[in-house]
Design a protein around this ligand. Structure first.
Ligand code: NAG
Ligand code: NAG
Length: 349
């Protein structure tokens, strides 16, 4: 048995090591715990099989969910997946699709060990598809090629998949994703998302854009409103038919030649879809909870019901929690966090 002074000293040493890890997180230091197993309710289709031969194009997939996956946001993605499963009536009928460009074996095994019965596929995304199209924007985080991967989803997923819910990694659901996935998308729309018609739409594009009639006429005849591309229901069949990926790319090409907008991946989506999307109730994207890291501002929930909380903006709940300066709203994210405490009693971490 260890002398109590010695063991206290050891606890102190591991606390020092833990503090060091928190200061400079590298993915190999992360240890995620296993999520609880969630089961289908009566009335759901049979659970999806995990075998890759059967999972593709399974008629029993109730909802397809797509997210990007990278090491920097992995903790957020894990919490998001956990929240989707926890609030779903048919969690075993949700098929996840992850777009990743680096560290794929690590991401694959980390997801599989925290969610041992999760039906999922990792779709490798080649960053060179977009790297030549990205112009530098104000916030360089928005220039990560993976941010543009959602544009290519209709072509990365198998043609048998005709509808997908795209989700960012900095959000949690507190309601059944099947309700969001069932949003009607009447023609000619191919996309559904909450719209914000009070936002100042003009501000997303440069004076150069508005001053050029051959460009600004792009919005003629539609009531263009801002929407957030972090939560979207996509009709992949219509998207493929109209080849919206190419239309988005054309605007990105133009942006390389003349500066028509500032922020990275959002404006080309606005150019192609604003005023042509199916509306989704605002409860499905309570966005902006990331507030403003720079000035340390915290945000509250918008009034009204909430089915999805989105920490868009600079501040992420896991970063604020690790820095010991959480915002009150971050307490709603923590219950879904799967990261093990930096020094846990289990000893191996
Ligand atoms: C992920 O791991 C599974 C099981 O080990 C493997 O079959 C699959 O090919 C892997 N996926 C990728 C994209 O590496
Ligand atoms: C909207 O944004 C533009 C460009 O940033 C600005 O000139 C205009 O005054 C704003 N309008 C309102 C109503 O705030």
């Amino acid at each position: 048995m260890l002398d109590s002074k010695v063991s206290l000293f050891l606890v102190f040493l591991s606390a020092v090591a833990a503090a060091k890890v928190a200061a400079e997180p590298r993915y190999r230091d992360f240890r995620f715990r296993e999520a609880p197993q969630f089961y289908n309710s009566p009335g759901c289709p049979p659970p999806l099989s995990l075998s890759s031969a059967e999972i593709n194009c399974s008629p029993f997939a109730l909802v397809h969910v797509a997210m990007t996956l990278d090491v920097a946001y992995l903790r957020g993605s894990m919490a998001a997946i956990n929240s989707v499963l926890q609030h779903s009536s048919c969690p075993q009928s949700i098929h996840f699709h992850f777009l990743a460009s680096k560290s794929i074996p690590y991401l694959n095994s980390t997801i599989a060990s925290s969610f041992p019965s999760l039906p999922f596929l990792i779709h490798p995304f080649d960053p060179s598809l977009v790297s030549g199209l990205i112009s530098t924007s104000i916030r360089s985080a928005l220039d990560r090629p993976l941010n543009y991967a959602r544009t290519y989803l209709p072509h990365l997923l198998l043609p048998c998949i005709t509808r997908v819910v795209y989700l960012d990694s900095d959000l949690i659901l507190v309601d059944d994703i099947a309700i969001l996935a069932a949003t009607p998308i009447p023609p000619p729309s191919s996309l559904a998302a909450p719209e914000y018609c009070n936002a100042n739409f003009t501000a997303y594009f440069t004076p150069t854009f508005w001053a050029n009639p051959s460009l600004s006429t792009a919005f003629k005849g539609r009531r263009a409103c801002y929407f957030n591309t972090g939560v979207m229901v996509m009709d992949l069949k219509k998207w493929r038919e109209e080849d919206y990926t190419q239309k988005i790319e054309e605007w990105m090409e133009l942006q390389k030649r003349m500066r028509i907008y500032e922020l990275g991946s959002l404006p080309p989506f606005l150019l192609v879809f604003a005023g042509r999307i199916a509306a989704v109730d605002h409860r499905w994207n309570q966005h902006g909870l990331g507030g403003d890291n720079f000035r340390g501002l915290c945000r509250n929930l918008h009034p009204g019901p909430a089915s999805l909380l989105h920490w868009s903006g600079k501040g992420k709940p896991w970063a604020r929690i690790d820095a010991g300066r959480p915002c009150p709203i971050d307490a709603l994210w923590s219950p879904y966090d799967l990261l093990r405490p930096a020094f846990s009693i289990e000893g191996d971490s």
